[in-house]
Design a protein around this ligand. Structure first.
Ligand code: FES
Length: 105
């Protein structure tokens, strides 16, 4: 069972912002919408693109891939528009004090 690991602090993520972090050789994207943090794979499921270089909309909880424009729901990982059709992985997040903890397998 994967454990929660600290990948950032809340101060690393301005409201409405996103950033990528590396953990165990894997890129994880963190998104902040108000007081809620979401964590997903940073790599698009369609081809190689870093979603953290795309566009995050905190109001509808979506990130748009910078390469071909697929939009993903960061809460579920589900692609909402083509050309991506496979979901991206999402990770459970806990905020403890200032620390952002993510359960990464
Ligand atoms: S690489 Fe993301 S939509 Fe193509």
């Amino acid at each position: 069972m994967a454990e929660f690991v600290k990948l950032a602090t809340i101060h690393d993520l301005p409201d409405g912002g996103m950033r990528a972090v590396e953990y165990n050789g894997r890129r994880i994207a963190l998104f902040r919408a108000g007081t809620t943090i979401y964590a997903t794979d940073d790599i698009c499921s369609h081809a190689y693109a870093e979603l953290s270089e795309g566009f995050f909309d905190p109001d509808d909880h979506t990130v748009e891939c910078p390469l071909h424009g697929s939009r993903f729901d960061v809460r579920t990982g589900r692609p909402l528009t083509l050309p991506a059709f496979a979901p991206i992985e999402v990770f459970e997040v806990q905020v403890q004090g200032d620390d952002v903890l993510v359960r990464v397998a």
